[in-house]
Structure formats: C-alpha cells, structure tokens
Write a protein that binds this ligand. Structure first.
Ligand code: COA
Length: 387
C-alpha cells in the first residue's frame, strides 16, 4: 500500500507589495531583489489573518463533509503560533467542523516542522489505512521594517490531506535527515520578529543540502538521473537555485537544463508570495505541480526541507497518474488576481498594526474577503469568525 499527498491546497491573504517598490523605498537596486534574491512580490498579512485563519482558509478548499467526519488527526506545523500553550490545531478543529474524536497537535522546528508532520501522517496512515490526516503548515515571515531580511518576508499556509492510495504524490521511505545546533535564525519567546544571521543561514542551508544529498546517494544507490525535479524550501527563491547548482555538475548538459527548467516551474508561485516558513517547500511543490509542462506518473521528485537551528531532511515522492485532476482548480490564479497592491507606506502601517498586545481590540473584518478571519482580542481570547 502506498501513502502520500491526496490533496494539497494553499492560502495567502489579499494584499501584496511589489519588490521594485520596496527596493526603491529602501534605496536598493531593484535587480538585487528581483534577481539577486529572486523575489517579485511579497504577501502582506493584515491583522485579520494569523497562522490559524490562514490554515483554516487553506484547508477549507479541500475538505469534504466526509473528510470532516473521517479525520482523526490534525497536525499543525508553525513557528508563528498564537499561544504558548494551546495548540493552533485545536482552533482549527472547531473552525473547520472536524469531528471531536480527533487528535490535534501543534509542532515546531523553524521551517522544517511541516515535513516532520507529513512524515508522522504517512506513518500513521500506514498503520491505519482507512484513516486520513490533515497536515497544515502556516506562518507569517516577519523580519522587521528596514531590516536586511525584509525582502524575504511573506506569509501563507499549505494544507495537505494524507491518505492511502493518494491521488497526487506518494511519499517514499528514503528519508535522510540531520540536526546540528546552530544560531542561524531564531525567535526568542519575547520577540515578534525573527533574528537572523543571514549569510550564515545561507551557508548552513547549502551545506545541509549537500551533506544530505551525498548521504542519500550513498545509502539508496540513486543518483541525480533518477530525479525529474528537485524542490526546495525557499525562504527566497535564489537560495534553492544555489542549492541545486551545487549538485548540477553530477548531470550531463541535457539533464542540467531539464532540472533547471523544472526548478523554474517550482519557484513561480514562491516569487509572488515570499517566504511562508513551514509551508515554503510545499508551496514550491505546488508550484511545480501547477507550472511544470511535462510531469508524468512515475516521476520522482526530490524534496529538501530545512529549518534553521538547524534541521534538514531530504526525501523523495512519486507523481501519480492524473494528479492534475486532484489539484484545486485555478486556486493560485484566483488568489493572485484578487490581491490589492499596497504602497510601501500602507504596508508599513499594516505591518505595525498586527495583533500583538494583550489589550482588548476589535478588528475591522469588512475588508478581508477570506472565509475565516480574526476579529479581535477580548479578555485575552482571540476571536475567530467565519464569513
Ligand atoms: N543585480 C543582481 N544581483 C544583485 C544585485 C544587482 N544589482 N545587487 C546584489 N545582488 C545579489 C548579490 O550578489 C547576492 O547574490 P549572491 O547571494 O548570489 O552572491 C544577492 O543579490 C543578495 O545580496 P546581499 O548583498 O548578500 O544581500 P543582503 O546582505 O541584503 O542579504 C539575505 C540577503 C538573503 C542574506 C537577507 O535578506 C537575509 O538575511 N534574509 C533572511 C535569510 C533567511 O531567510 N534565512 C533563513 C534561511 S532558511
């Protein structure tokens, strides 16, 4: 029996900024952001969206009434959690109307946690083939206004339904993973913005990829020619390209150009959304599924997951017959075409108005068309509503 991703869905809110505008405002050459960083637009998260609502909005598009009855495990991966005690998955269970005899849990290890959640789901379904697991990866990437990390902000959520005999991609049992305690990126409990040693994090990311790929080849006997495409965690899309370039010399010229072409497909959507931490690798997978012209059943995809601090994992998945039919129709097109572009001043105001404090506050949800929104804080209780 094969287990894997049966459904995958994405959500990001209805505002964005253009990277050329940001470059001008920060007195940088736009090509640094467009080419050097590899980002075109960046999602801006209004106060009425948080990790919980974005996850609910992503999952809503793929859950049937039967799924809501059958799901008995919800795994919520995030590093933008809204509570130090209560799991974001518990909020999700109520908002999505998932039956109450379900386990709910939130997990954290920087941008890596979604992958751990997916593997837990795979193992769970292998033991319980009639069950389904909902895995969500939802985050807001916040570095701060005017910081060097600002160009790599963004946010959104990916929801995946893990089942037996999945329609999109099976998950192979070839995972190689590693951990090394380093301070490349972190967010202390008192901070609302990430701390990052940017150049160091780039180096650790690439060295993890090379080490895990070498280990993978050694243990599995597979090589670069066994892969149709590689998808990467993309805090900014240039970083995945740097990773891929490390191993391209192992392929002949034709294979190199084919892998580069697939990589371009896998970063189309990430360029317009920005970083979404835990969900970034899975947005890249979705981008590949939506934009590659020649994926066929049986193609092997390599996935590199990385979470600062640091933990990495490399594994593969196999594309399934007629996977296109299981994708949510025109989802990304609708998200992008319904977004409003903000000026840099409007973005800065929105960035500073995020719901962070402990005081009661009522938020105006009338400008947020998403189904699930955060309407405020009352007696230190977050108020969630659905339109
Ligand atoms: N045209 C084209 N490319 C240009 C350019 C121009 N006019 N000006 C600069 N560049 C290139 C640089 O050569 C560099 O490319 P390289 O990395 O291939 O050498 C790239 O743009 C970035 O320039 P750099 O000077 O390194 O930018 P920076 O000091 O502002 O820092 C980051 C960039 C990515 C390190 C910073 O944004 C950051 O820390 N982001 C967060 C990192 C992160 O997400 N870490 C977690 C990893 S999982």
């Amino acid at each position: 029996m094969q287990v894997g991703i049966d459904q995958i869905s994405f959500f990001s809110p209805n505002y964005y900024i253009d990277m050329v505008d940001l470059a001008m405002a920060r007195e940088q050459d736009p090509n640094k952001y467009l080419i050097g960083i590899g980002q075109t637009q960046q999602a801006v998260i209004p106060p009425t969206q948080d990790a919980v609502t974005m996850a609910a909005n992503a999952a809503e598009s793929i859950l049937t009434d039967t799924d809501r009855e059958q799901l008995d495990l919800i795994i919520f991966a995030t590093e933008s959690g809204v509570d130090n005690s209560k799991s974001a998955a518990a909020y999700l269970q109520r908002l999505l109307g998932i039956q109450s005899y379900a386990r709910t849990i939130e997990i954290k290890q920087a941008c890596y946690a979604g992958t751990y959640g997916l593997m837990q789901a795979r193992d769970y379904v292998e033991l319980n083939p009639n069950k389904k697991v909902l895995v969500v990866a939802s985050d807001i990437a916040r570095y701060g206004l005017g910081t060097s990390g600002e160009v790599t902000q963004g946010g959104g959520a990916v929801a995946m339904l893990v089942t037996a005999n999945p329609r999109i991609m099976t998950l192979e049992r070839d995972n190689q993973f590693m951990t090394k305690e380093v301070m490349d990126f972190w967010r202390p409990v008192y901070a609302t913005e990430a701390r990052v040693d940017g150049k160091f994090s780039n180096d650790v990311y690439q060295s993890f990829f090379v080490e895990l790929w070498d280990r993978y080849r050694h243990i599995t006997g597979k090589d670069i020619n066994d892969f149709k495409a590689f998808v990467f965690h993309l805090p900014y899309t240039k970083l995945g390209l740097k990773g891929l370039r490390k191993i391209l010399p192992e392929a002949d010229e034709a294979k190199q150009s084919s892998l580069l072409e697939q990589f371009e497909a896998s970063r189309v959507d990430n360029k317009n959304i920005g970083n979404l931490y835990t969900g970034s690798l899975y947005l890249s997978l979705l981008s590949l599924l939506n934009h590659s012209h020649d994926l066929i059943a049986g193609d092997r995809i390599g996935l590199f997951s990385y979470g600062s601090g640091a933990e990495g994992e490399f594994y593969s998945g196999i594309i399934q017959e007629n996977y296109q039919e299981a994708l949510v129709t025109d989802q990304m097109e609708n998200i992008l075409s319904n977004r409003t572009k903000l000026s840099i001043l409007e973005y800065e105001t929105m960035f500073n108005s995020a719901l962070m404090g402990a005081d009661d506050r009522q938020l105006d949800g009338t400008k947020d068309p998403a189904k699930y929104i955060l309407t405020g804080l009352r007696e230190e209780r977050r108020q969630y509503e659905q339109h």
